[in-house]
Design a protein around this ligand. Structure first.
Ligand code: NDP
Length: 333
């Protein structure tokens, strides 16, 4: 079995990851760590976790094989490096760190220690995105030309905390959502971005100089250009993902989400067709791949390197917005 320690008494763990771990035949949760012993204890009790601790040493000293890190973003680096040093496999939330240089350190450390490092980019596990990826790889839209990602949401009141007020914790919509769009574009297109241009805004929700909306224009290696819109302040926008090719277009609707929902339409000279896809929970699939990677079978659905790519892209977007010009994306991998 794989015994997990949770680093961070977070919302995402409570809503999705605890279930995803327990959905594995060989998944167990041994311990949870919070910065507050009291929060750790109540979180452990609410979620039926045997051990509650408030230090990293105590967590890493427990009977665990792997850690899931879902603390605020400024803490990921140090916690991941300590876990790797203790010989634990690490599934870390995005962004892996606050800078791509730090994320590369995590990748190098995991490689040297021979442990698995994954980035929790859930959207690669969505049936909708896998159906799009497969349709493109099979040539069903001909040569891809352009893509459009609609990923502007309304940040629920319960999450209107560090994301909109703490630059030092890695707040802002670019580190929160643009990283996902970078990863999803790379996965669906099977291509890597080389350049980005971005405008950001503070539309009334975020403070302390943080952005709560962004529009990015991307250029990919193959020549594909893409646009993406990320936001925290739009209540009624809905989400979507389109890829347009020489022989067809894919229109996915309501797919930039944590749930296995939405639809994908293929339009070609032959007409329109809804693509069917599986509706498995995204996080459960992510965990299954991670467990397989621990057994030496394949890789996590998003690797540490994928996390470096998405963070490098987000970093370049922020820099572009600041400088007012396009910025190259080079993950230095
Ligand atoms: P939360 O704000 O829920 O949790 C982050 C930290 O805040 C926790 O580790 C906890 O600290 C502290 N905290 C949470 N609730 C309370 C509370 N009521 N009182 C005091 N402290 C509290 O963040 P999220 O779960 O939304 O995000 C955590 C990480 O996961 C981030 O890196 C984020 O980017 C990522 N994420 C990824 C998603 C995905 O789908 N891949 C989706 C959502 C988030 P402590 O542990 O010390 O108690």
């Amino acid at each position: 079995s794989v015994r997990w320690g949770l680093i961070g008494a977070s919302t995402i763990a409570r809503q999705f990851m605890i279930n995803a771990i327990r959905a594995q035949a060989d998944g167990e949760i041994t311990a949870v760590m919070s910065s507050s012993q009291e929060r750790a204890a109540s979180y452990a009790q609410e979620n039926n976790i045997p051990l509650a601790v408030s230090t990293l040493d105590a967590l890493l000293g427990a009977d665990i094989d792997a850690v899931y890190i879902s603390t605020t973003n400024e803490l990921h680096l140090e916690q991941a490096l300590a876990a790797i040093k203790a010989g634990k496999h690490v599934l870390c939330e995005k962004p892996l760190a606050l800078t791509s240089a730090d994320a590369r350190k995590m990748v190098a450390a995991a490689k040297a220690a021979g442990v698995v490092l994954g980035t929790n980019h859930h959207l690669r596990n969505a049936g909708a995105h896998r159906a799009m990826h497969e349709a493109i790889a099979a040539g069903r839209i001909g040569k891809p030309v352009a893509a459009r990602v609609f990923h502007s949401v309304y940040l629920p009141e319960s999450l209107q905390g560090w994301r909109i007020s703490k630059p030092e914790a890695g707040g802002g919509v670019v580190l929160d959502i643009t990283v996902h769009d970078a990863d999803t574009l790379r996965f669906v297109l099977g291509d890597d971005p080389v350049e980005i241009s971005a405008f950001t805004q503070s539309a009334g929700m975020a403070n302390s100089g943080l952005e709560d909306g962004a529009m990015c224009i991307w250029r990919f290696k193959s020549g594909v250009i893409a646009q993406s819109h990320e936001g925290f302040t739009t209540k009624f926008a809905g989400t979507g993902f389109e890829v347009h090719g020489s022989e067809g277009s894919l229109f996915a609707s309501n797919v930039m989400t944590q749930k296995p929902v939405g639809s994908v339409l293929l339009r070609t000279a032959q007409g329109e067709q809804e693509l069917s896809f599986d509706r498995e929970d995204l996080y459960t699939r992510s965990l299954r791949q991670f467990h397989a990677a621990i057994r030496g079978e394949g890789q996590p659905s998003a690797t540490g390197e994928d996390g470096v790519w998405s963070l490098t892209s987000a970093e370049a977007a922020l820099q572009s917005a600041k400088l007012g010009k396009a910025v190259a994306i080079d993950p230095k991998l």
